[in-house]
Write a protein that binds this ligand. Sequence first.
Ligand SMILES: *Cc1c(COP(=O)(O)O)cnc(C)c1O
Length: 226
Amino acid sequence: MLTKQLAVENLDKLIERVEAARLQVSHHHIVKIIAISKYSLSEEVATLYGAGQRAYGENKVQDLKEKMEKLEELPLEWHFVGRLQKNKINNLIDLNPTLVQSIDSLDLAIEFNKKLAAKNKKINALLQINSAYEESKAGVMPEEAIETYKKIIDTCANINLKGVMSIGAHVADEDIIKKSFETTKKIFDELAPLGAKYCSMGMSGDFELAISCGSNMIRVGSSLFK
Ligand SMILES: *Cc1c(COP(=O)(O)O)cnc(C)c1O
């Protein structure tokens, strides 16, 4: 169970490391921290909020719903970062998250858009890119990312695309992880004229590398809630 003291310590340490990494890029490079609470209890989220962390992410719609309901009196920002099954889209729409980071195909976007239109709602989202080319990972292939992004803009009026999300390569070799981040950053830069604002990449084990490659949104779980 996360204590208040540990929450403050974890957050301070994280902010210190993020500060050092972002200043290496530029004084103007701001990085937003999303605390991923998927392995933690609502009480621990409340504790971390008490330490100053406001934005959280979950990877299952049901868990997101439970935590949002339990913590509804706190002014938290909620992100969805997991694989989205089509039969859960309506539930997710009803939760009205701040950002759905894991639109991983044109097919999903079209289905999502249909259900949003039926409810007369809009949502902010990121396109997930499988820049590590890993079969176990979701996301569009880098070669298709620009075209897919444009198609979603053109055909899905109820989805406001705000950028891209990637999970770094799951390997020990830092050069390979770096390459996957650079691939996503290059796509993000190309999409900036189309309104891409967020390049979400970097987790507990690789956020400094991600920031050095241009990430401006990191998703950190285990090192905040340990
Ligand atoms: C779990 C998860 C994270 C956080 O991972 P940690 O290694 O615990 O920091 C980030 N992004 C996604 C999509 C996740 O599922």
